[in-house]
Structures are given as C-alpha cells and as structure tokens.
Design a binder for this molecule. Sequence first.
Ligand code: NAD
Ligand code: UFG
Length: 336
Amino acid sequence: MRVLLTGGAGYIGSHTLLKLLQEQNEVLVLDNFSNSSMESLRRVKQLANRDFDFRNGDICNSTLMNDTFNAFKPDAVIHFAGLKAVGESNDKPLDYYTHNVTGSVELLRCMRRHGCKQIVFSSSATVYGEADYLPYDEQHPLRPTNPYGRTKYFVEEIIKDWTASWSEASAVLLRYFNPVGAHDSGRIGEDPLSTPNNLVPFISQVAIGRLDKLNVFGSDYDTRDGTGERDYIHVDDLARAHLSAVHFASKNKACEAINVGTGRGATVLEMVKAFERASGRPIPLNMAARRNGDVAKSIADVSKANRLLDWEAIHNIDDMCRSTWNWQSLNPLGYK
Ligand code: NAD
Ligand code: UFG
C-alpha cells in the first residue's frame, strides 16, 4: 500500500514508519519538525534498510498538501501530526485548534479532492474525561477536560461527518491510552524537547541523572497504593495496531473508534519499581500534591480492538521499562 504519514518523524510515527517499511509498504512522511528531528528518520531508514519519501512542511499548508497528494497518490493516511501537551493547550488553545483541528480539516479536504479514502487518526483516551465506569469502552460518554482533549474529540466528530458524507470513505479513530517504551534496537524512542510532562520519560531522565527526583503527583487516590493508575501500552504494540487499522480500513467502509491499551493498569509506584528493576538504579521520590486535571484511573476495554483489528498487546510493563532504559542509556541526550 501507499501510505502517507503526517507527523511520521515523531515518537509514535517513527515506530509505525519502521513497521510499514518492514512490511513493504511505500511510505511518504510529512512533518514540520516542530517536535521532532531528521535524526529519527535517518535512523528508521538505517533500521529498515530501505528508503522512503519525505516532505518537510505543515499540514495546514494547502498548497504543499495538494502537491504532496498529487505526487505521491496515497491509498491511505495515518494522521499523527499535531500538538500533544495537555498543560500547554490550556495556555495556547488557538495553536492547538489550528494545528490539530484546522490541519485535520485541510488534510481531509485534500484526501477527498484526490480520492484518498482511508484514514487512521491518532486520538486519545483523554476524550473520555472523568470515568462513569471502568474500564472505558468506546461507548463511554466523551467529556474531555482540556483544549488538547477537545481537539481530539472535535476531529473525531469531523471525521465521522466526513465518512458519513462520502460512502467510499473509511476511518479508524485509535484512542491511545498511555504509550511508552522504545524500539528494541535502542535506536529510536521518545525524545521530549524539554523537561518531560509524562511519567515514564521523567523517570527515565531521573535514572540517567538528568533530573534529581520524581514528583509523585498524589498518593491519596482510590487505587491499590494511592497513586494514579494508567493503562501503559508499549509503542511497538501500538505501532502494530496501526498496521491492523490500515488493513481494517481498506476492507471495511466504516468509521470506528477503537481503544488501544492492554486492559491492565499500573500505578505510579508500580512503574517506578518496574523501572528500578529494568535499570538497576534507584529512583528518588518526592510525594507531591495531585496534579490538576488528573483522574485516579484510566484503563481500556480492549475487546473491540481484539475483535475488529485481530490485535492485542503482547508487552508488559517490564518490557516497556527495559526498552525505555535501553533507549535512554544508549542515547542519554536523545537524538541530540
Ligand atoms: P510527537 O510530538 O512525537 O509527534 C507528532 C509529530 O507531528 C512531530 O514529529 C511534529 O513535528 C509533527 N507535527 C506537529 N504539528 C504538525 C503540523 N502542523 N504539520 C506537520 N507536522 C506536525 O507525538 P507522538 O507522541 O508521536 O504523538 C502522535 C500523535 O498521537 C499526536 O497526534 C498525539 O496527540 C497522539 N497521542 C499521543 C499520545 C502520547 O502519549 N504520546 C497519547 C494519545 C494520543
Ligand atoms: N505522574 C507523576 N509524576 C510525573 C508525571 C506523571 O506522578 O512527573 C503521574 C500522573 O499524575 C498520572 C501518571 O503518572 O497519575 C501518568 O501521567 P502521564 O502524564 O504520563 O499520563 P496521563 O495519563 O496524564 O496523560 C497521557 C498523555 C495525554 C493522553 C493520555 C491518554 O499525556 O496526552 O495519556 O492517552 F491524552
């Protein structure tokens, strides 16, 4: 297949790119490098031992998007490009609406114009908001609590309308839970440009000595040990889910929202222990106040992914921490 990857130089995009190349798909990556570098693409090319097309540009640039569709003629798009920091989205909501919503509308318009009928979209568990029940299934009410989450919710709705208006179109809205880990080679991984907001990259930088200690945000939640519980999903399993989703979209005229997680939760303290086992290094802790906007637990019901995509996660939290540590210790400064 010919697959266009928007945001393909980023964390999840680069891991998916590698799998698509290994399965002999023709790929074009379009990325503006606002949160990534050319180095990830150079390394994917080495790992795959194959070349792929690449364009440096913005999904909001309609001239560039039209040129790209004209030249590459994709069968399908996997749409990763977007801004993703929850805290920043409260301070710069219009940047989030521009990149995430306007950019997606531009992309869908271009797909329609050029007859490209299939899209897999990077959505997020954050669309659910406070849980009425757990695990979250795809029928759970959607009540995102921040601008970032609302951009994901709006784009899901826009894609539903887009598929409803075009009988040949199909879409899979993948609602990722908490992606972590890195490729086994340690050559590609998550490389936050500034101090990490997310738990595992933060722990990893404590272990390597770039940060002093982990602030544990809240120890009075209604969980096994009082700390926040999440459904962490290995990026390698997540990348595989994209290949299954593209395949599903090519066979089914539908628009399906599908959770991607393991169906199991781990608390902050359980992740810390797993990382200490993986790295052999102690992670100093500071028990801190709850972080604004955090929920106690977020766990996926993954039965729809099992059923429709014939996919399930195979990695556990020890695999996730081992691969993160391998990447971090081989690349103490990330791609720099
Ligand atoms: P990332 O920041 O590493 O990758 C996103 C890529 O998109 C980057 O390479 C960035 O340079 C590019 N980009 C951003 N805006 C662009 C634009 N306007 N035009 C072209 N390129 C642009 O993030 P990631 O963790 O790989 O996430 C990929 C997608 O998955 C995002 O849409 C994100 O919201 C979503 N998601 C991520 C997580 C997570 O925890 N990592 C969880 C749920 C959903
Ligand atoms: N945590 C800490 N200390 C830290 C960072 C996080 O204790 O320094 C805790 C949080 O309080 C939470 C857990 O670790 O209990 C996980 O936090 P993350 O920031 O890693 O992940 P979130 O579940 O808050 O959010 C992530 C992404 C969102 C995405 C969501 C669901 O940041 O973009 O997963 O996919 F929407």
